[in-house]
Design a protein around this ligand. Structure first.
Ligand code: HEM
Length: 514
């Protein structure tokens, strides 16, 4: 008899204990979630037990809604739940205060089990934690990416700008692909001195594939193992482990193949100017250091290509949508450069309206709207709020671009805001590349590339909306945001402009072979 009752009694006791435990956990979590906003962590939307308010934070394309939270909660918006804390920074002051002035605490990156560890993206600078290897990679590229070093590549950048215009003249409907290929050519040409001829080139196809697959894995929620890291010990035949291995091998090939080509060319004395050649000629070359150079160089394609592409494509869309501003840019370039020659880097200081358009393009649709997230290395206190160790920090650059504390309508495309001395507008160059110790190391190359590509485009072409199709701006919602494929009428401004590009192509002195 006793046997029969003992089992159910034990189950009941366990059930009661478990119920009490759950109630206790719920009460504790509920009481934490109900702390009046502002008394401890920074304020944020109301939370629920266990899940907190983390589900109020949609992950894709959330820059607009996060900016709207500023009106309710101010410059700091805190989300928590399921063991995570996320702090959104909604003003330039908070970004400068925390990411720059308190750089020793705010320069780490979030960790992704799938992308960083299993796919091996943590070998690249952008995914690396704030560690000695990261410092070494930054040091390696610092000199080679400095504004004065980038000047050496002016002939290459001009060459690519002319080729891009030539491609668009031939295939105006494929302008997106032409710009994309040009952005890839710039980064590979600059990094390795390798000339890419077509979008089918393996250097490009491999890099594009890795960028796409790692990019997808770095969106939290794509792979369950990011929430349950123990899953990384599952056997190799499990689909996500297979995917991780395939991407890891591809990434290794992307970093190694062009790097070895430079080493080979250097040993034969035929290597052209490149970042890798520069570093190896001027720096230490023991094998430990070689691996650092390989991965520092291998970090640049993913970080540099999509961002350059996004900037130029957004410019094309903005021009098609804003014919008056386009006309003013045409008038200016006709006055300063004229139809008899192509634009040069030296023209830049005499093209204030074009420079204002470039700034306005970066403001109108920031290329990396939520910058690249950081993670705090220790507990911190700011403006009376506690920011726990391990909090993911999201610098909402969109909120800076769409600050309402300005004279001109933030929603409108108005380059003049950057010409007006009384305007309170802040130059995007001070925020679009990030902050402090992790500020974009490719800033100088990006600024020079974007200027020369845009100057060539505006010199050569007119851009117009195809009235039969219309043009409603739509942008991708990933880390780097750019216009979704769109139709737009692009045509050479005149026979002379057409001929100018053809002549430059015919007299092409092929920078890579010189
Ligand atoms: C318009 C073009 C570009 C924009 C808007 C841009 C923007 C950014 C931003 C916002 C960050 C994050 C910085 C932070 O955490 O505070 C970043 C990081 C980075 N960028 Fe750029 N970037 C551009 C072009 C480039 C180019 C051309 C290269 C290289 C060829 C490059 C290489 C990198 C690298 C390696 C990092 C990671 C730095 C680190 O984590 O230490 N970027 N970029």
């Amino acid at each position: 008899m006793s046997d029969g009752s003992a089992v159910p009694l034990n189950s009941q006791v366990i059930f009661i204990y478990l119920t009490l435990l759950c109630v206790a956990v719920l009460l504790i979590t509920w009481s934490r979630a109900s702390i009046p906003t502002g008394s401890k962590n920074p304020p944020g939307p109301h939370g629920w037990p266990i899940i907190g308010n983390i589900l109020n934070l949609s992950l894709k394309g959330s820059w607009n809604s996060l900016t709207a939270f500023r009106k309710i909660y101010g410059d700091l918006v805190f989300f928590h739940g399921l063991g995570n804390n996320i702090l959104v920074l909604n003003s330039l002051d908070t970004m400068n205060d925390l990411l720059d002035k308190r750089g020793q605490l705010y320069s780490d990156r979030p960790f992704f089990t799938m992308a960083s560890e299993l796919m091996g993206a943590d070998q690249t600078m952008i995914f690396k934690s704030y560690c000695e290897e990261w410092r070494e990679q930054r040091k390696i590229v610092r000199g080679a990416l400095s504004p004065s070093s980038v000047k050496k590549y002016h002939p290459m950048l001009k060459d690519f700008a002319v080729h891009m215009c030539g491609d668009i003249i031939e295939r105006p409907l494929d302008f997106c692909s032409s710009v994309r290929l040009t952005a890839g050519k710039i980064v590979i040409g600059f990094t390795y001195g390798i000339r890419i001829e077509s979008a089918e080139d393996e250097y490009i196809t491999d890099e594009e594939e890795v960028t796409e697959r790692v990019g997808r894995a770095a969106v939290p929620g794509t792979y369950l193992c990011d929430f349950v890291p123990m899953m990384k010990y599952l056997p190799e035949w499990v689909p996500f482990r297979k995917e991780a291995r395939a991407v890891r091998e591809l990434a290794e090939r992307c970093a190694s193949r062009p790097f070895e080509t430079v080493l080979r060319n250097m040993s034969q004395g035929i290597a052209t100017t490149s970042l890798v050649k520069d570093i190896l000629t001027t720096g230490k070359t023991e094998s430990k250091h070689l691996n650092g150079v390989k991965w520092a160089a291998g970090s640049l394609y993913a970080a540099g290509t999509e961002t350059t592409y996004a900037s130029v494509l957004t410019f094309i869309m903005a021009m098609a949508l804003h014919p008056k501003q386009q006309q003013l840019a045409h008038d200016e370039i006709d006055r300063v450069v004229g139809p008899g020659r192509l634009p040069q880097f030296e023209d830049r200081e005499n093209l204030p309206y074009l420079n204002a358009i470039i700034k306005e393009t970066a403001r109108w649709h920031p290329v990396v709207p939520l910058s690249v997230a950081r993670r705090t290395l220790a507990d911190d206190w700011y403006k009376g709020f506690h920011i726990p160790k391990g909090t993911i920090i999201v610098p909402n650059l969109w909120a800076v671009a769409f600050s309402e504390n300005v004279r001109y309508d933030p929603q409108a495309f108005i380059p003049e805001r950057f010409l007006d001395e009384g305007s309170l507008e802040i130059n995007p160059a001070t925020w679009q590349f990030g902050f402090g110790r992790r500020i974009c190391p490719g800033k100088a190359l990006a600024e020079e590339s974007v200027f020369i590509l845009i100057a060539h485009l505006i010199w050569t072409f007119s851009f117009a909306v195809d009235e039969s199709e219309g043009l409603a701006p739509e942008f991708t919602e990933d880390l780097v945001s750019y216009p979704k494929p769109f139709k737009c009428l692009i045509s050479p401004r005149s026979e002379r402009h057409h001929a100018g590009v053809q002549d430059a192509l015919a007299g092409d002195d092929n920078w890579f072979l010189s």
